[in-house]
Design a binder for this molecule. Structure first.
Ligand code: IMP
Length: 440
């Protein structure tokens, strides 16, 4: 049953897109299970740059992809993304779950007007869409959009939400006019979506049963998970590895490995606690070199040192066995690199981050300093292989492996596909998943 979940261990933006794209060389199916177009997964390959928001990153290799039931599905973003992929000459082979939550234009407007500011959301309508899903009476699914009685369902939902929509000034005039405008847009989505729809639980479970290699691509990161992150400064879905089971409808027994994805430092977009946050020239250095600006919103990201208490927490709640470590090249040129190994909270030492916003806000990181490495020709290093990595960088990787009890399977030394360097343990992971095919 070769299935792996690639999960973000920090606050999102760990370069999961690049990791999934790298692994997708061997994959048969790449599956999104949570979130929506708040995600921004970047793949740089063959001279092209893809910015995926809804479509799984496997599409950059033309692989079969699935958008699962747990996703908040914005048909307008999907249409745009499919068109862009086709413009780039990509064959788009995506199944969209009939069970996925339908994210409508008013969700985006509500997000912008009501919740957007205090939490610093991406304003992609994520919170309001999942709110309606959980409320049930105001929720609509992709299946509803395709049904004969969609006009009646939409009318009922709009009537129930009218007061909220007026308060947020989404509806300024006649409800009937707003309804008719939405219905006519929905007609376009229905026609476009028809060839993509299906039952994700069947497609994915059959693939796993047939021994096909399935990658579940997490969106956002563990610390943004609605249940396990720094609530309320989180997104509204389950970003953790377990979300793959609920977000698609597969058994926990069907997942063989969890690949944690983390950057060599930490970043966060939007509000919320960030114990190892840096300010001033060091922050500037990392932000500029790492291109730390949001893929979805363009906002500058907050940056800071690597936070091992947080990663220990992530490793725990996700069951991380393997690690993909990204953006090591960004730290080049620093004489020494700090890593938080514990927190002090109210005079008490904590090895594992407490996932509570109030406690995390009080956390004082306890740092160790590791030796930095100089700027090198990373392309040349990737060409020569793992052994040619600078000793200080190897020491950094090994330190992390020991602290987290994980094995590194790849490191990222640049955004392009060819700048991901496979570690010796990648063979072990692929061997355990797909056996002999790994050598192909
Ligand atoms: P929302 O998911 O748009 O509701 O935003 C909630 C919080 O999650 C905000 O702090 C966002 O900046 C953050 N967030 C949501 N999606 C991503 C992502 O893909 N990468 C990084 N941060 C994200």
């Amino acid at each position: 049953m070769p299935a792996v979940v690639a999960v973000g261990m920090q606050f999102g933006d760990e370069s999961k897109g690049a990791v999934v794209d790298f692994l997708a060389e061997w994959a048969d199916l790449v599956v999104r299970y949570n979130g929506g177009s708040n995600a921004g997964h970047t793949v740089v390959a063959e001279g092209l740059k893809y910015k995926f928001h809804l479509v799984p990153s496997g599409a950059a290799r033309g692989k079969r992809c699935v958008i699962g039931a747990g996703v908040a599905f914005d048909p307008e973003v999907f249409m745009e993304e499919v068109k862009e992929l086709r413009d780039k000459g990509r064959n788009v082979n995506v199944l969209v779950s009939l069970k996925a939550t339908l994210l409508l234009p008013y969700h985006k407007e509500l997000d912008a007007s009501l919740t957007g500011e205090s939490l610093g959301t991406t304003k992609r309508g994520i919170g309001p869409a999942y709110q309606d899903k959980m409320a049930r009476v105001t929720g609509l699914r992709v299946k509803d959009l395709m049904a004969e009685d969609f006009p009646e369902k939409l009318k009922r939902v709009l009537e129930l939400k009218e007061a909220d929509l007026r308060r947020a000034r989404v509806i300024k005039g006649d409800l009937k006019d707003y309804y008719e405008e939405l219905l006519s847009r929905a007609e376009v989505w229905r026609e476009f979506l028809r060839p993509f729809l299906g039952e994700d639980h069947i497609e994915v479970n059959e693939a796993i049963a047939e021994g096909k290699f399935v990658i579940f691509e997490g969106a956002q990161g563990t610390m943004l998970d609605v249940d396990h992150g720094t609530y309320p400064f989180v997104t509204s879905s389950n970003a953790v590895a377990g979300g793959a089971c609920t977000g698609v409808g597969v058994s926990p027994l069907a997942i063989d490995a969890v690949l944690g994805v983390c950057k060599a430092y930490t970043s966060r977009v939007g509000a919320g606690p960030f114990p190892t946050e840096l300010f001033g020239s060091q922050a500037e250095y990392i932000r500029e070199r790492g291109g730390e600006y949001g893929t979805t919103t363009g906002r500058p990201r907050r940056v800071g040192w690597l936070d091992i208490p947080m990663l220990r927490y992530s490793a725990l709640v996700n069951g991380v066995g393997y690690l993909a470590l990204r953006k090591l090249d960004v730290l080049s040129g620093m004489r020494s690199i700090k890593v938080a190994v514990a927190y002090e909270i109210d005079g008490e030492e904590r090895k594992v981050a407490p996932p509570f916003a109030d406690e995390m806000s009080k956390a004082k990181p306890i740092y160790v300093e590791l030796e930095g490495w100089e700027e090198l020709d990373w392309r040349e290093i990737v060409r020569k292989g793992w052994e040619s990595l600078p000793e200080e960088m190897k020491a950094y990787i090994e330190f992390l492996e020991r602290e987290l009890n994980v094995k590194t399977v790849m490191v990222g030394l640049g955004p392009e596909r060819e700048m991901t360097l496979a570690a010796p343990a990648l063979k072990e992971l692929l061997g355990s998943l797909i056996g002999v095919r790994a050598g192909e």
